[in-house]
Design a protein around this ligand. Structure first.
Ligand code: NAD
Length: 319
């Protein structure tokens, strides 16, 4: 599906091949989550052995969703529904983790009091709330989500419901920017990874709006998976967490370009266009205090610089 969404260069086949070669017990089943019938065969076959489901399959791009809303909704909402219902029918004690997104808050973060600095937007420090970032109490209602954000809301709310209504151990993790050395960044998805790819391949990069001062928090895949590990060991029912780099790891577009240029020593070939992407966040930093309160032993291992260096090392031989 990834090649269908973002082109052959965004395929993750290279990584599947690596995993198959490296780990004897890794089994890859190429199943479309929109097919209830195909999924059911797997659930029937493995039912009693399924203890944990990490649902990370998605049409993950904001921009792509508007091209084919039916496909986007089919994968993100209906695919999630298939997985939830099959879990309930075949292995209801399993822990079910869903990778949601900060786009469920729509463009509500853009109405926070922000101030403009030299290289980034920031929350106005005189404002009492959101100093540590955006928490789970921000409304997901009355806002422009983008088609993608709305299909993820449908899934996000349903995952919560299977926890609250059916008492299943479901956890919703609303990601900031998730990345790591194995990310196959594409123009429409995977900001840091794609930025590094353009820098190394000397491909032109376009910044859309907000003067390049839009801020994103970035979390390493290891740290996110470690969050899942903590949740799995002490699960709750229908819980929601913001999961991003928080104050620990975040950058604006301009700051990211600066950092990447320092790491690769290549100048970035980029231009700026005034029109921002519809519903795009100006400033988004996840407040992860709720997760930290529930799981105090969890800590970050990799910051922004570590992430970029790892992406660089993994990419320099591939690009
Ligand atoms: N990367 C980010 O910055 C970010 C931020 C917030 C949330 N998320 C969420 O995290 C999850 C993983 O994102 P990612 O960045 O790894 O994206 P990704 O595109 O790398 O991974 C999604 C995977 O889902 C697969 N897939 C798509 N449609 C499918 C289908 N119908 N059946 C089975 N598999 C299908 C794709 O082939 C791909 O391998 C998604 O739910 C995404 O919305 C990602």
């Amino acid at each position: 599906m990834r090649s269908y969404f973002f082109g052959e260069s965004a395929s993750t086949h290279w990584r599947i091949k690596e995993l198959q070669e490296k780990f004897q017990n890794y089994e890859h089943l190429n199943i479309d989550i929109r097919s209830h019938e195909d999924l059911e065969k797997i659930f029937r076959k493995y039912a009693t052995d399924i203890h944990l489901i990490i649902h990370a399959a998605a049409q993950p791009s904001h921009d792509w969703a508007a091209k084919e809303p039916l496909v986007d909704f089919g994968v993100n909402a209906m695919g999630t529904m298939n997985l939830l219902e099959l879990t309930r029918q075949h292995c209801e004690d399993a822990v079910f983790i869903f990778t949601s997104t900060n786009k469920v808050y729509g463009d509500n973060p853009n109405f926070l009091p922000l101030i403009e600095k030299d290289l980034r937007y920031e929350i106005d420090e005189s404002h009492k709330y959101f100093k540590e970032g955006i928490d789970e109490d921000l409304s997901i209602d009355h806002t422009t989500h983008s088609v993608f954000g709305a299909s993820k809301v449908a899934a996000d709310v349903m995952v919560q419901e299977y926890g609250k209504y059916f008492g299943m151990k479901t956890g919703v993790f609303r990601g900031g920017c998730l990345t790591g050395p194995n990310h196959s960044g594409a123009q429409l998805h995977g900001f840091l990874s794609y930025l590094m790819k353009c820098n190394l391949a000397k491909t032109h990069y376009t910044i859309f709006g907000y003067k390049g001062k839009q801020v994103r928090d970035n979390i390493h895949s290891f740290d996110l998976v470690n969050m899942f590990w903590h949740f799995y060991q002490k699960p709750r029912c229908g819980e929601v967490y913001n999961a991003g780099g928080s104050r620990f790891s975040n950058c604006s577009m301009l700051e990211a370009i600066d950092l990447i240029e320092k790491i690769t020593t290549n100048k970035m070939d980029y231009s700026y266009t005034e029109t921002n992407r519809i519903g795009d966040h100006i400033w988004y930093i996840s407040d992860i205090q709720k997760f930290k309160n529930h799981y105090p032993n969890w800590e970050y291992k990799y910051d922004l610089n570590d992430m970029l260096i790892q992406i660089f090392n993994s990419m320099k031989t591939r690009v």
